[in-house]
Design a binder for this molecule. Structure first.
Ligand code: SF4
Length: 156
């Protein structure tokens, strides 16, 4: 079974909520994977070796632990997916770099894609439940044609 981790960095949890909003499709996904890490859904303290890591949220550059977690994900996951606009492009935190927010907030965050190599990026804030479901299905089915745009987004 494909081992999947869900990792949360600086995020609002909206991407995970969108994933759970797939309702019965979430059950279908959970029946076809082994969820090895998810701070919200299972009581596992450390990130395990896995096939796929879905990572939501941006990286707080002033938080040494967040940087370590990002590096650990890259070491332990064969495939890293930036789930949502924060992980993929910086999301809300990136748009706030123009001094709209107090300095300690606006200058401290980076998209995951600028901290570690990411294999796929799923845009959206949050990505729609359908988009997340279809992406995971394509990943499980190794549907390279479907996955290609997400790969290209990760390389931007
Ligand atoms: Fe929340 Fe949007 Fe960031 Fe997802 S992409 S963690 S929904 S702010």
């Amino acid at each position: 079974m494909v081992k999947v981790a869900h990792v949360q960095l600086s995020s609002c949890c909206g991407c995970l909520i969108s994933l759970t909003d797939t309702y019965e499709k979430l059950l279908e996904i959970l029946n076809s994977i082994e969820l090895v890490y998810c701070q919200t859904l299972i009581d596992v303290r450390e990130i395990k070796e896995c096939d796929v890591a879905l990572v939501e949220g941006s990286v707080c550059l002033e938080d040494h632990h967040a940087l370590e977690v990002a590096k650990e994900v890259r070491e332990k996951a064969k495939i890293v997916v930036a789930l949502g606009a924060c992980a993929a492009f910086g999301g809300l935190t990136r748009y706030c770099k123009g001094n709209q927010l107090p300095k300690p907030v606006n200058s401290s965050f980076s998209p995951l894609t600028e901290v570690i190599k990411v294999d796929y990026s799923i845009p959206g804030c949050p990505p729609s439940p359908e988009a997340i479901y279809s992406f995971i299905k394509a990943l499980l089915n190794n549907d390279e044609a479907y996955l290609k745009p997400y790969k290209l987004l990760a390389e931007m």
